[in-house]
Design a protein around this ligand. Structure first.
Ligand SMILES: [Zn+2]
Length: 298
């Protein structure tokens, strides 16, 4: 277990430390808390709902990978079924800052890769930046999303983002996290990792460019983490598929030195491409990581 998580445990209320420590030390811990675990923590600590999530924020921030800023942000999203998903910011050295992942994006896409289709709440240890407010406005159920910060009352996303610009302004009905499938096939692809990248592309959200795309990362011990492209009505806050897969790996406790190979699948008869940026980001992480590529036709 990473040192930052051990340090974060000591910042939890005393009543939670032994229970949470046991879960964290279990090899299957994947930076989520089930509804049953939340109930256990509420009973042990006397904290409920948002108060419990605020108390757990140091654990989320412990997943931050911040070689540039050393500024660790943690976020916890709550799915409709009560599951909590942690997230933290990720910075990549050697590429442009647009490749950065914010904690809110990490927690949201972490929930997405585990099948959540709608979120009720997000709890963050710092005020969400403008970029993240816009990213959250793309979500299925954005109009009901509640934001909780340590020293503010809970407020709706739209209290933080008045007069919002969003998908509806561009005539788009699809929303991030809502079930969608793009009908892309991998029939003529033999490589199993590329097939998984196609699976990710199939459930990606790219209604603006049509560049439905997905990444699959294979680790040196054989785990595979998939990432779907998450496009945004304001374009710049879009989250590339490599980043979503990196988030999934990071939240499962994998560091970049465990990445063995990566596959990218994307629709090529669209208006944008992830190939150059994916290659550049991987080169910055480790130029020896092979990148497999499949161009798909929508
Ligand atoms: Zn942000």
């Amino acid at each position: 277990m990473r040192t930052a998580l051990i340090d974060a445990l000591t910042q939890l209320p005393d009543s939670l430390q032994s229970t949470v420590s046991e879960w964290l030390h279990a090899s299957a811990f994947d930076a989520t808390f089930t509804q049953a675990q939340v109930a256990d923590m509420e009973a042990a600590s006397g904290l409920s709902g948002a108060a419990l999530r605020l108390a757990l924020l140091p654990l989320a921030a412990a997943y931050a990978v911040t070689p540039i800023s050393r500024f660790n942000v943690g976020a916890i999203v709550r799915g409709e079924d009560g599951t909590l998903y942690l997230g933290a910011n990720i910075e990549l050295t050697g590429v442009q800052l647009g490749q950065t992942v914010h904690a809110e994006q990490a927690a949201i896409s972490h929930a997405w890769t585990k099948g959540a289709t709608r979120l009720t709440d997000i709890t963050i240890n710092y005020s969400p930046c403008g970029h993240c407010r816009q990213f959250m406005n793309e979500l299925n159920g954005a109009e009901d999303l509640v934001i909780q910060l340590p020293k503010s009352d809970a407020k709706s996303l739209h209290a933080y983002l008045p007069e919002a610009f969003g998908p509806a302004d561009l005539g788009i009905e699809a929303r991030l996290l809502a079930d969608q499938t793009q009908g892309l096939t991998a029939d003529d692809i033999d490589d199993p990792l590329l097939k998984q990248a196609v699976e990710a592309a199939n459930i990606s959200h790219a209604p603006y460019s049509g560049n439905y795309s997905g990444v699959a990362i294979e680790t040196s011990d054989g785990r595979v983490f998939k990432g779907m492209y998450a496009e945004n009505a304001a374009f710049n806050p879009s989250l590339p598929p490599l980043q979503v897969a990196l988030i999934a790996a990071n939240m499962a406790g994998y560091s970049w030195d465990k990445i063995a190979s990566v596959a990218l699948a994307e629709v090529v008869n669209s208006t944008v491409s992830h190939l150059a940026d994916t290659q550049a980001s991987l080169d910055a992480i480790n130029p020896d990581i092979p990148l497999l590529y499949a161009g798909l036709r929508a």
